[in-house]
Write a protein that binds this ligand. Structure first.
Ligand code: S3P
Length: 234
């Protein structure tokens, strides 16, 4: 495991930045590695130019995809704060998601979720784990597209069923056949989740291994976007 952890980040070029040096998230703004809005901005750490993630990472996917668990580790690797949208909705409402559904109904939850995510996306660089339904809201989707890099954690039905069994507090799965619910949600949501910038399979494997794959895909996505961006100084 130590080897896996060591390999995360460093071998992929996402080296850790020193905390609280220079700019808001520890990066001292430096030269741009290439032109365009989505370039790998380099921060200075000693003599080294360190690539940093230029936008918030927004994790999307169905319940049980691993958004919170993977998000926490990913945030650590990218030296960004981790934020869980469901927790923020609960804080804002002053009660649990279960209670929001029960007392006010799903529509009220969705409205609150939209407002909370809009505020979070406006509050600086972060790794944001969204609730499974958030990306289905077209306004939220547009905000995510404008301000973040979306990553769909795609998982197979059996994996989702197994993982969601560990918690009994998800209102949408409190029924006689949670497997059928998940299957229906897969059909409805997977075509929309597929609009995410990056798609990574969330499998039954060590979280560190999934995070390593995410960092690798993120790095190549950023490279492609950077290469495609028009040059600032032709
Ligand atoms: C929901 C997913 C939940 C939570 C709410 C609704 C959904 O979040 O937002 O129960 O519609 O898929 P997780 O995906 O984090 O479980």
């Amino acid at each position: 495991m130590a080897n896996v952890r060591q390999s995360i980040g460093s071998t992929l070029g996402f080296q850790r930045r020193a905390r609280r040096r220079g700019g808001r998230h520890g990066a001292r703004p430096g030269a741009r590695a290439a032109a365009g809005d989505e370039t790998l901005v380099t921060a200075t750490r000693g003599e080294a130019a360190v690539p940093v993630c230029p936008k918030s990472i927004v994790l999307v996917g169905l319940m049980g995809a691993g958004k919170s668990c993977i998000g926490r580790k990913l945030a650590r690797e990218l030296n960004l704060p981790f934020v869980d949208a469901d927790e923020e909705v609960e804080k804002a409402a002053g009660c649990s998601i279960e209670d929001i559904f029960e007392l006010y109904g799903e529509k009220a939850f969705r409205d609150g979720e939209e407002r909370v995510i809009a505020r979070l996306l406006d509050s600086g660089l972060q790794v944001l784990a969204t609730g499974g339904g958030a990306f289905m809201n077209s306004r939220t989707r547009e905000r995510i597209k404008a301000t973040g890099i979306s990553i769909w954690l795609r998982a197979e039905l059996d994996v989702l069923v197994r993982r969601t069994r560990r918690r009994a507090d998800r209102p949408l799965l409190k029924n006689d056949d949670p497997r059928a619910t998940l299957e229906r949600l897969m059909k409805e949501r997977y075509p929309v989740y597929a609009e995410a910038d990056i798609i990574v399979d969330s499998k039954d494997e060590e979280v560190d291994i999934t995070v390593t794959r995410i960092l690798k895909d993120l790095k190549s996505w950023l490279g492609r976007v950077t290469a495609a961006a028009p040059s600032e100084n032709p």
